[in-house]
Write a protein that binds this ligand. Structure first.
Ligand code: DC
Length: 213
């Protein structure tokens, strides 16, 4: 089995998680949702009664993160979103999580999704995809997802949140969200899940050379 490293980056709710998970299963590679790392660090800090924007506390929690922390059931929702975004701008957190991500990919290769996988974590990845969709399309998808889970929210509020997270991800001084120069950008605004996955498979087929990893 090829030990490819595949980086899938992009803004919140563009569909990268679903695509990354499907691609990993298709290729028989381990999959890591790197957003969960930031979410779990944020939770550890909150558990200790400390502030996610306290750089010392957040960096300590990131160094102590264990794989089992990623299986917690409380990593989604507004409180976890805010804590994750706060710890994600702490340099000590990003440095500690860099090691975690390198170790994850080092063995059998991996598909990783996040914001900075192709630019910072694995700049020499075998394949880099940058998944985008309009803020309206992403907000609509997130709203449908929440509705299906029985969460009633105002669509305008979901769109406001998406735009606020975009601004926060792009403005971050450390590892801001941007496509790597050699990333292939896929716009999923007009694509359903299967069409988006077909686009990913086509690019993977062109770029991943059997026997190259
Ligand atoms: O993708 P997500 O919503 O689960 O990400 C949670 C937070 O972590 C979000 O604020 C962006 C940040 N993040 C990051 O800075 N770098 C990554 N590789 C993944 C997520």
């Amino acid at each position: 089995m090829a030990r490819w490293i595949i980086a899938i980056d992009g803004p919140a709710a563009a569909g990268k998680g679903t695509l990354a998970r499907r691609l990993a299963a298709h290729l028989g590679l381990p999959y890591l949702d790197t957003g969960l790392l930031y979410r779990a660090v944020g939770r550890l800090v909150l558990d200790r009664g400390e502030s996610p924007s306290d750089a010392e506390a957040a960096s300590r929690a990131a160094r102590e993160l264990r794989p089992t922390d990623l299986a917690r059931s409380d990593l989604r929702g507004p409180e976890a979103d805010a804590a994750a975004a706060a710890v994600a701008s702490v340099p000590g957190v990003r440095a500690a999580l860099l090691n975690f991500q390198h170790d994850f990919g080092a063995g059998q290769g991996a598909v990783l999704d996040g914001r900075d996988i192709g630019t910072v974590v694995f700049p020499a990845a075998d394949l880099k995809l940058f998944i985008v969709a309009s803020p309206e399309a992403r907000a609509h998808r997130r709203w449908l997802e929440l509705r299906d889970r029985g969460v009633a929210v105002d669509p305008a509020e979901v769109e406001r949140d998406i735009r606020a997270r975009d601004a926060q991800d792009a403005a971050r001084a450390i590892a801001p969200l941007r496509p790597a120069d050699d990333a292939v950008v896929i716009d999923t605004t007009a694509l359903d899940r299967d069409a988006a996955f077909a686009a990913v498979l086509e690019i993977a087929g062109e770029r991943l050379v059997p026997g190259s990893a």
